[in-house]
Design a protein. Sequence first.
Lengths: 303, 110
Amino acid sequence: MHQDLYDVAIIGCGPAGLQAAIHAASKKAEVIVFGRARKSGLYKAHIANFCCYERPISGKDLLEAGRKQAESFDAVFVEEDIIETKNENNLFSLVTESGDTFTSRTLVLCLGVTRKKLRVKGEKELVGRGVSYCVDCDANFYKDLDVAVVGNESAAAIGAVTLLSYAKTVYLICRKLMTTDTLYEKLKNSNVKIIEDTWVKEVIGTNEVEGVLLKNGETLKVNGIFVERGAKSALELAANLGVLFDTEAVSFIEVNKKQETNIPGLYAAGDITGQPWQIAKAVGEGCVAGIEAAEYAKKLAGA
Amino acid sequence: MAMGQSVLDVDDNNFESEILKADKPALVDFWAPWCGPCKAIGPAIKELEETYGNSIIFARCNVDNSPNTPTQYSIRAIPTLILFQDGKVVDQVVGAVPKSHLEEFVKKVL
């Protein structure tokens, strides 16, 4: 349990999160950054259109340099996903996948955009009929039924543990689990049946989900399948804080020129605020969000 | 996100009278207060209500307080939006879908 109070907490360590961290930390704010660099869309990319870099540069190199830069200004990095956010008494509290709680005066969301769907046969047809993308929303509909969760990271692992309180049997289908050791231990010691080294090939059912066919040839009889790829999405983490999303796509967080959302002390930057999905836009927004968040935190601390 | 008064709250008790026996088609949003995606589509539904509220009833049903109605319509995910006309289901849509998608959806009963 961490008791420290930070000025600026940043979720996501892609270009927006890093730039926000650099600017906030250089203004002497206490900054903490959550997430894993390899999950940034930039990690595997080569960038040829970013100002002042004439030759293509590797995304991985950029992200590693950005982290070092932020750390040189004393920003703290925690390589974990956030699974829960709360906003109480003008403070944000964040729970990591290992179960640690951190508190901050401001929060900057730099979560990026991720692909949620599996794109397998039967998935689209059975959405809402056993196929779900949100354990927190839909667990309650699976009391005493058998369910499978599919995913390799924190959202799937946490989702599977959550479902144990509702469902009769919970399977976790993954290629290889990538979570913290703490979360992995928790999962191993639970009743979740982990099926590793495979993936979903097809969702089976006519009017509702009856099972899933795995790539290893095995068929699991389940009433529901929860697709939980990557980390928890902005829709799950931020909508609960009351953050307004764009009404057109219901995917992007609405911000003003200061990168402020409709919630005081809460900012968003990078891909999560909408297109264009470019590093230049991400760092620009991250810069503004970092400065604004640091100033807001100072005012709050002085009040 | 609190919706305006013009979005009608329905429950297990008044679902039949307010929706199934209504003289207008109805869009019912099955939601819960702890559901992030449900909150996210709230504003889009409100905007559609402002445009189409005269010809379609916009209602919402909290699945926590009314367990029977969602079961009756085999709801397994929220938000689920169901379009009713003359007491029958016209169509349904699941998840936080874009506003343009929702607009096409409600136009099915116009």
